[in-house]
Design a protein around this ligand. Structure first.
Ligand SMILES: [Zn+2]
Length: 440
């Protein structure tokens, strides 16, 4: 957990000034960034990483995903959100018991880390099992109990969900792993009644927890909620006390100006998921407007059954292209997109005191980009290189909490081949049950 990155070609700090240092050194001691470019390097740290051909930056932060759903990659194609949910919920019913959720999360965590994502805000059933699996791989995995009105695949009744929520802080402590906040994750305002949302909000306030839920992903969702309650999903959140605790909206594609004002006054953050939103035809969230109106906006991939991968590089690029389309290319600032994928994501989740930038005193969640690729040559603008040219296969090394969890493109803490074998074996069940994807 102590090492020195020596002579890095670039260190992209994502600090307040977006400083980019050249030929810089970083000293990490006991998982914490001790110094950046000190006059003299400590003599007692012998693990030296040669940064000659590397760009060093903070690990990417994925603010909305469902990692276990990597097992359903490609299962529901050519459908909108409603068609997607129908297909995916049927497949989940056939396959997603507790060990399978853990297996899918292990796969997702490994995929995320190899692609340079060091933190994921992950909403999925059986979070005790999924969290243990992700921690095993080395991810900073922000999980939390799921709440909806009906008993789901986990078979829990409402009272049992509340009981599990109460126990969650102790469960987190027992599992260990990189530090994360306590989260509760009611699925949405269309799957949780206002009374139940109020109960979750009260418990979160009592335990000092944060909340993550889907909000205004589609117009259809807005219409359904308006029909039931004569309110927008954001108003339901406000009126049930959800927004009285720090909350991250998943998607937030269709927030009205009044919703944005409500979110802003409650310091509610948004997880912008442009790839998923485009693929499902959900709409184009006005990222720039949200930022200008004072919301903290992070980026997310969503689950692999809706956006097919956990690639935050593509998400950055699509987020930038959406700005060009919705506003103009002159409004695209690559450094702002890099911030969205790092420090803004950390702020949204409530971990910016720990990670999200390379600054002295922060935990060492660091990635190294191999700059030797032809497609990364030459370099005129570092931020533009990251947003518009770099990809996840350019990530060579990854540290979380100062532990090297990816070593020259290889996950360190798990056996990749063995994982692939276990996944292939498990998904055979879907074939046997003849639940067929509608691939075209
Ligand atoms: Zn989602």
């Amino acid at each position: 957990m102590s090492f020195i990155i020596k002579n890095a070609k670039y260190v992209y700090t994502v600090n307040g000034e977006d400083s980019i240092l050249e030929g810089a050194n970083i000293v990490v001691r006991d998982g914490v960034i001790e110094s950046i470019n000190p006059d003299t390097l400590p003599q007692d740290i012998h693990d030296i990483y040669d940064g000659k051909d590397r760009l060093i930056m903070p690990g990417l932060i994925n603010t909305h995903s469902h990692l276990a759903m990597t097992l359903l990659r490609g299962w529901a194609e050519s459908v909108n959100l409603d068609g997607f949910l129908e297909l995916v919920w049927a497949a989940e019913g056939a396959i997603m018991d507790k060990p399978t959720a853990a297996l899918g999360t292990e796969l997702g965590a490994a995929e995320a880390l190899k692609g340079g994502t060091t933190t994921v805000l992950d909403m999925y059933l059986n979070p005790d099992a999924t969290h243990a699996a992700a921690v095993k791989v080395g991810l900073r995995h922000v999980a939390g109990p799921i709440f909806f009105d009906f008993p789901g695949l986990d078979g829990l009744q409402w009272e049992e969900r509340m009981e599990f929520g109460r126990k969650w802080p102790a469960i987190l402590k027992e599992i260990g792993g990189p530090e994360i906040p306590t989260y509760f994750m009611p699925h949405s305002t269309y799957t949780d009644s206002p009374e139940h949302l109020r109960e979750v909000a009260d418990l979160a306030a009592e335990l000092g927890a944060r909340i993550h839920l889907h909000v205004s992903e589609t117009l259809n969702e807005n219409n359904m909620v308006a029909e039931r309650y004569k309110k927008s999903p954001t108003e339901v959140c406000r009126d049930t006390g959800i927004l009285d605790v720090p909350t991250v909206f998943g998607h937030g594609v269709h927030l009205s100006e009044s919703d944005v004002a409500i979110a802003q006054s409650h310091k509610t953050a948004v997880a912008h998921c442009p790839s998923s939103n485009l693929k499902l035809g959900s709409g184009v969230a006005d990222y720039l407007n949200y930022c200008e109106r004072g919301l903290t906006v992070g980026l997310g991939t969503d689950g692999c059954s809706s956006s097919n991968d956990l690639d935050m590089w593509i998400v950055m690029r699509v987020a930038a292209h959406m700005i060009s389309l919705k506003h103009s290319p002159a409004d695209v600032r690559p450094s702002q997109i890099v911030r969205a994928a790092t420090i803004d994501g950390a702020k949204a989740i409530g971990i910016d005191h720990l990670v999200g930038s390379l600054e002295v005193g922060k935990r060492a969640d660091i990635i190294a980009i191999d700059l030797t690729a032809l497609h990364l040559t030459p370099i005129h603008n570092v931020a533009a290189l990251l947003v518009f040219a770099a990809g996840r296969s350019d990530v060579s090394d990854v540290w979380v909490d100062g532990n090297r969890v990816v070593d020259f493109r290889k996950p360190v803490q798990i056996d990749e081949q063995d994982l692939r074998k276990r996944v292939a074996e498990r998904v055979k069940v879907l074939e046997e049950l003849k639940v067929q994807p509608n691939a075209i």
